[in-house]
Design a binder for this molecule. Structure first.
Ligand SMILES: Nc1ncnc2c1ncn2[C@@H]1O[C@H](COP(=O)(O)OP(=O)(O)OP(=O)(O)O)[C@@H](O)[C@H]1O
Ligand SMILES: [Mg+2]
Length: 323
């Protein structure tokens, strides 16, 4: 469950990110007026369906998994194409539509710098309006894992929605997985995240800076120790050096990243790592095997522009001996 967004992507070769005053490498929330302003400065763009959890679920489907997506879009053509894209991947799509006079489909402006790092400015639009009663109980009931992107916490009604989703998951013995999404997002919602992780989360996904921000720890190792103490299965990605998995009882394993050359666009690295990791867990792989699958999927998505996989990840994993 996550934000349904249209990604508008461009390469930035000449410092547009700085000129627009955006925080490099981060996701900034913008209002409709600022979104329009940003778009007016963007050239050579491609528009594709995005959103962090939606990218992850596209990856799960590309691995051959049974996957669904819950989110909200506007009553506009972007909402249609978002839905069509996910359906074409065999994702079980549960999109709520805003009223015709309501918010339009959310949009994420993505700037990819020459070092492949991506900077994002997101106008949430309709994505920000998902309310608790719009989450279908049957979806939680038949899932192995309900995966929530941390970005959802930016939505005013979302805290209630997340509470209901988590309660439904617990009721149906479905695992609750949470991605911390972004360092600034963690800083905006640190208390809520800590409560959720302490009380409700079974599987925590984060990159290193997000984990450090959540636990206010002095680095990766103490963050892993906190996760261990909470009794949560945690995976912390560390960019080109791979990922660390905290499996409980003080057991921590390191899993290397894929060898990717050239890295074209970092966008989607964390999302696709989550695809492999969650799919692995859902089919009963151990957490280290699941993280290996995560590295493989992340490696594919950063080898091209855009945050959705471009190959049959299931076949790729079979070739790599991981499925
Ligand atoms: N340069 C790289 N080469 C190979 N793999 C990489 C590289 N960068 C990232 N990855 C893969 O992607 C995973 C996630 O990357 P990272 O830790 O940067 O997450 P992130 O910061 O959440 O990424 P995102 O930009 O999607 O938010 C890593 O664990 C690794 O498997
Ligand atoms: Mg990330």
């Amino acid at each position: 469950v996550g934000n349904a967004l249209l990604d508008v992507i461009m390469r930035d070769h000449d410092g547009l990110i700085d000129r627009l005053g955006l925080a490099k490498g981060a996701m900034t929330l913008v209002d409709q007026a600022r979104a329009a302003e940003l778009l007016s400065h963007m050239t050579g763009t491609i528009g594709v369906s995005g959103g962090s959890a939606a990218n992850t679920i596209a990856g799960v489907a590309a691995l051959g998994g049974a996957a669904g997506f819950v989110g909200k879009v506007g009553a506009d053509r972007f909402g249609d194409s978002f839905s069509d894209d996910l359906e074409s991947l065999d994702v079980d799509v549960h999109l709520v539509r805003a009223e015709p006079d309501g918010e339009c489909t959310g949009r994420c402006h993505v700037f990819v710098a020459d070092d492949a790092q991506r900077t994002m400015a997101t106008y949430l639009g309709a994505a920000n309006q998902l309310s608790p009663d719009e989450f279908p109980e049957a979806v939680a009931a038949r899932s192995e894992i309900v995966y929530i992107e941390g970005y959802l916490f930016d939505l005013p009604p979302a805290k209630d929605a997340i509470r209901r989703i988590v309660a439904l998951a617990h009721e149906h013995d479905t695992l609750v997985a949470l991605s911390l999404s972004d360092t600034f997002c963690v800083e905006r919602h640190r208390g809520d995240f800590l409560d959720l992780v302490t009380q409700d989360v079974d599987v925590l996904l984060a990159n290193e800076s997000e984990a450090v921000a959540l636990f206010q720890s002095a680095g990766l190792d103490p963050a892993l120790s906190y996760i261990d103490e909470l009794g949560v299965l945690g995976v912390i990605t560390t960019g080109p050096s791979g990922a660390a998995v905290a499996m409980g009882g003080g057991r921590v394993a390191r899993v290397p990243a894929a060898d990717v050359d050239p890295v074209v666009d970092q966008n989607g690295a964390g999302d696709l790592f989550a695809s492999g990791f969650l799919y692995g867990l859902a089919i009963g792989a151990d957490p280290v095997e699941a993280a290996r699958l995560g590295s493989l999927c992340a490696g594919e998505v950063i080898s091209h522009l855009g945050a959705r996989p471009e190959v049959d990840l299931g076949a790729m994993a079979v070739t790599a001996g991981l499925l």
